[in-house]
Design a protein around this ligand. Structure first.
Ligand SMILES: C[S@@+](CC[C@H](N)C(=O)[O-])C[C@H]1O[C@@H](n2cnc3c(N)ncnc32)[C@H](O)[C@@H]1O
Length: 485
């Protein structure tokens, strides 16, 4: 047995790479089988039956219960088990049986985190057909008819309007994502809904997202706004009013507008039109727009979310196949659209979902705009140092206003902070705007007593704050450190 020469090692390495490339390519050749077999498992109700039986279920029991040919069912299960969907186990009496896994639980037809409706929608012949037109859509030699329109003669929304069965499939698919995404917002960023009395969900589908939000924040009155054929069949839920209309014409008035997976269906110009209507619908001074969308290159930075990067890129392809101008956007592309629609500032927050939260605020006048405290968590020192003339003026003015602490209030309101530690040569104290005060539109300097709660760390400053009419109390939390230069 001789030692492998360098040349042989290179050849072997090359062979291994080629073999891997072939194996990878076979996965793509038969990529559709995964979707098709998962769809088959949902239709047969395998996950539902296993979920109902807490004990492992034998092949015989399963095939009798589901009315299936046992040898075919066995092959389906073997394929899925190989992918971690369902698990094989041996019972005490030596019988091979099947149980659920976290993945197979997502295939239960009804249930909190179920993704079954999404699978059934995306694997429906209507949604599969446009994929055959993808290259024609992209090729500059063709007439560039959107892929969906080329397959069905109309766009996806008109198609759904004309086919109630398909519309139902679409609404159910969106509702199953809404359940996951909304619980991620409620867990991750509940504070964005503070101070909102009325919330309009623009393109809200069957109202699932709003129902969950209203359940979590019962003070909110919800308006679920969607096309008439969607709103008219949306199920009743307490605290939610379904309104039919076209968001390109108008958006019902509310304290805040919520858009989840709506803007990605549209091109930049259309997004600007929709956002302009949202801007008209919310109060000028304290209105909010909350957007839930994927941001390419963002959310996957969070540990555990790495796999979501590919989901955002897949969604981008889905937009290409199913919509006329829709696309997933990078942070820079979002900034362009949002700025063009008149929202000069926005923040992006990450949650445990494929979408991130984009919070928008209108263009600011010099000091006048109040906002609600859910605004950007930015480094004010950096902003003061780097931003434009308006901020330089603000910085100069801040020095004069320090004595009265009013600038602190202006700063909080201007930048949307709820909490800050205010540092300067003469002052250092944490300040927290309370829930009521932050949203009420009192002018900065005349802000009412009790609208500021601060913990004063230095006695002379306590006096200054009291002198300026601020209500002081211990217990400021979640402070953000700011340096006012
Ligand atoms: C991708 S779905 C998102 C549904 C929901 N926001 C969710 O995430 O579960 C897009 C929604 O926009 C609605 N839509 C499309 N065009 C619209 C229009 N011109 N006016 C209002 N809603 C529209 C559709 O009917 C659909 O319900």
């Amino acid at each position: 047995m001789g030692t492998e020469t360098n040349g042989e090692a290179r050849i072997n390495e090359e062979k291994t790479k080629n073999l891997k490339a072939q194996a990878d390519m076979w996965k793509y050749v038969f990529g559709f089988t995964e979707m098709a077999v998962i769809k088959c498992a949902i239709e047969l109700g395998i996950a539902d039956f296993l979920e109902r039986n807490q004990e492992p279920v034998s092949l015989n029991q399963l095939s009798v219960a589901l009315g299936c040919c046992s040898s075919s069912l066995y092959r389906i299960l073997r394929f899925l088990i190989n992918r971690g969907i369902f698990k094989e186990t041996v019972t005490k009496n030596g019988e091979t049986s099947y149980v659920q896994t976290p993945l197979s639980r997502l295939l239960i037809k009804e249930g909190g985190n179920s993704m079954a409706a999404f699978v059934l929608f995306e694997s429906s012949p209507v949604m599969i057909a446009p994929w055959h037109n993808l290259s024609a859509r992209i090729s500059s030699k063709e007439n560039n008819t959107p892929a969906f329109d080329a397959a069905h003669g109309k766009d996806v929304w008109k198609y759904a309007e004309a086919d109630p069965g398909h519309s139902n499939l679409l609404n159910n698919a969106m509702a199953c994502d809404a359940r996951v995404a909304v619980s991620a917002i409620i867990d991750g960023c509940p504070e964005i809904f503070e101070g909102i009395d009325t919330l309009v969900d623009v393109g809200g589908g069957d109202g699932t997202a709003l129902r969950l939000l209203v359940e979590a924040f019962p003070c909110i009155k919800g308006i679920n706004f969607d096309l008439p054929h969607v709103a008219s069949v949306a199920p009743h839920s307490n605290g939610v009013l379904h309104v039919g209309g076209d968001m390109f014409n108008y958006v019902p008035k509310a304290d805040a507008a919520f858009l989840m997976w709506v803007l990605h269906d549209w091109g930049d110009e259309e997004c600007i039109q929709i956002l302009t209507k949202c801007r008209e619908a919310i109060p000028k001074d304290k209105g909010k727009v909350i957007i839930l969308e994927a941001v390419i290159g963002e959310n996957e930075e969070i540990k555990g979310n790495e796999k979501l990067k590919d989901v955002a890129l897949m969604l981008d392809m889905v937009m290409m196949a199913h919509t006329s101008n829709g696309k997933e956007r990078t942070a820079k592309e979002w900034a362009y659209v949002l700025n063009a629609a008149g929202f000069s500032r926005h923040t992006i927050s990450h949650i445990n979902a494929v979408q991130s939260i984009l919070r928008l605020q209108e263009t600011l006048s010099k000091y006048g705009r109040s906002n609600d405290g859910s605004g950007p968590q930015v480094d004010l020192a950096h902003l003061l140092a780097t931003r434009d003339q308006e901020l330089r003026t603000l910085k100069a003015e801040s020095r004069r206003m320090l004595r009265f602490s009013a600038f602190a209030i202006q700063t909080i309101r201007l930048f949307g902070f709820r909490h800050l530690i205010y540092h300067s040569q003469s002052l250092e104290f944490p300040i927290q705007l309370d829930k009521r005060g932050e949203n009420r539109d009192s002018g900065g300097a005349s802000i009412k007593k009790k609208t500021l709660v601060g913990k004063v760390t230095k006695p002379p400053e306590a006096k200054k704050m009291r002198d300026s009419g601020l209500f002081l109390e211990n217990g400021a939390t979640e402070q953000l450190s700011l340096n006012v230069l």
